[in-house]
Structures are given as structure tokens and as C-alpha cells.
Design a protein around this ligand. Structure first.
Ligand SMILES: Cc1cc2nc3c(=O)[nH]c(=O)nc-3n(C[C@H](O)[C@H](O)[C@H](O)COP(=O)(O)O)c2cc1C
Length: 200
């Protein structure tokens, strides 16, 4: 298995996909298994992940994806990350699935918050799944693009989301040979390590 530091240095946000290259069904299934195992606070899992490979549906979403339109069109798959938008439904889900201690934690620490605070807490869990997923893609040598730059309300309409809301999407596939964002062409850009990472 490749060293994680190498994976971190080599993964990048793909800006141009080769439309002729598709992920195998077996690989997609492995990525689904990994997302299913994403960690979340109290194991709350307030999410839904929708894998899209149908070209017509991808084209429809592409038209609502602003500057990401070509990525959505040309990538092999799009994964839409959604969060539960119905707190009552979420509370039923945790009471059906989680141990008493986890429910008690939610009731004491999260539930007293405002609706906006509870929903922000749930969205944090979905973003955590994004980080987990991007690392998994790197480990599987799948190129990826996290995309907040999409019309999430249009995605909800097209995908007929009920009780869930799109937060962002991830394009998956294989880079076009001409992708100018790949690390071999454009080096990684980060704020200096010693300005953001401290030991005490
Ligand atoms: C939550 C999130 C949303 C992002 N949205 C977009 C996007 O809409 N389009 C895009 O091309 N890149 C998007 N990016 C990619 C970032 O710009 C990229 O991760 C950052 O510049 C670091 O570059 P690297 O991923 O190539 O290392 C997003 C990244 C994250 C984590």
C-alpha cells in the first residue's frame, strides 16, 4: 500500500476529465462500502450519498453546475452528498439505530440548540465524510473533484430530494492528459507549514 504522505502529495482537484475512461462497477462498489463506513459524531450518519453515472442525468446536473459544468459532464461518476433536512426524521433514525448513551448525548448537547445549530452540526458530519472519501479515492487511484460550486437547490429538484438537502458533490473519474492542475504540471499550493501547524 502506498505511503499516505505520498497519496496526500499526489492527490489533487481534477479540473479536466477524460470522458472515455470510466470507473469499473467493482471499484464504485468498493467506494460505496468506504462511504458507508464514514465516521460521524455519536455515529449519527445524518446523510445520503447518491452515485450518478447515467449520461443524461449527468448532463442535466452539468447545466446547474456553474464553472464545474464540464467536470460533471465528463467525469465517470458524480457523487451527491446530502444531509437530512428533517430533524424529526433524524431523531427517529437515531432512536431506531443508536445506543442509549449516544441518544442521551444528542438530547443533552445538540437538541437544545437552534434549528440552524442542529443542522450545522449535521452538515459537519457530511463534510467529514468528504475528507474520508477524498482520501479513499486517492488510495484507489481515482481522480476526484470536490464541488461546492453547484446549484444545490437545482440538484435537489432534479434528484427529487425529499427530507434531504444537497450540500456538495464530488466528481470521480480519470484525469485528461491535458489537465493543467495535475501536480506534475502545477505544484501543490499551501500556506507555509510553520504558519499553521504548531507543537507545544
Ligand atoms: C468543500 C470543498 C469545495 C470545493 N469546491 C470546488 C469547486 O466547486 N470546484 C473546484 O474546481 N474545486 C473545488 N474545491 C477544490 C479546492 O479548491 C482544492 O481542494 C484546493 O484548492 C486545494 O487544491 P488540491 O485539492 O488540488 O490540493 C473544493 C474543495 C473543497 C474541500
Amino acid at each position: 500500500m502506498t505511503n499516505f504522505n505520498t497519496l496526500a502529495a499526489d492527490r489533487y482537484t481534477t479540473k479536466k476529465y477524460d470522458p472515455t475512461k470510466k470507473l469499473s462497477d467493482a471499484l464504485v462498489n468498493e467506494l460505496k462500502d468506504i462511504l458507508h463506513l464514514s465516521p460521524s459524531s455519536i455515529n449519527s450518519q445524518p446523510w445520503r450519498f447518491t452515485f450518478i453515472s447515467d449520461p443524461e442525468l449527468k448532463n442535466e446536473l452539468s447545466a446547474c453546475s456553474f464553472h464545474n459544468d464540464e467536470k460533471v459532464r465528463d467525469a465517470s461518476h458524480i457523487v451527491v452528498f446530502s444531509v437530512i433536512d428533517n430533524i424529526e426524521l433524524f431523531e427517529k433514525q437515531i432512536s431506531d439505530n443508536l445506543p442509549e448513551g449516544a441518544i442521551a448525548y444528542y438530547n443533552k448537547n445538540i437538541k437544545p440548540g437552534t434549528e440552524a445549530e442542529i443542522k450545522a452540526w449535521m452538515a459537519h458530519q457530511v463534510y467529514l465524510a468528504l475528507g474520508f472519501f477524498l482520501s479513499a479515492c486517492a488510495a484507489k487511484q481515482v481522480d476526484s473533484t470536490p464541488m461546492e460550486g453547484i446549484d444545490t437547490a437545482a440538484y435537489d429538484r432534479i434528484l427529487n430530494m425529499k427530507d434531504y438537502k444537497t450540500l456538495f458533490a464530488v466528481a470521480l473519474g480519470y484525469r485528461h492528459a491535458d489537465d493543467s492542475n495535475q501536480p506534475s504540471v502545477k505544484g501543490k499550493s499551501r500556506i507555509d507549514r510553520d504558519k499553521i501547524i504548531f507543537s507545544r
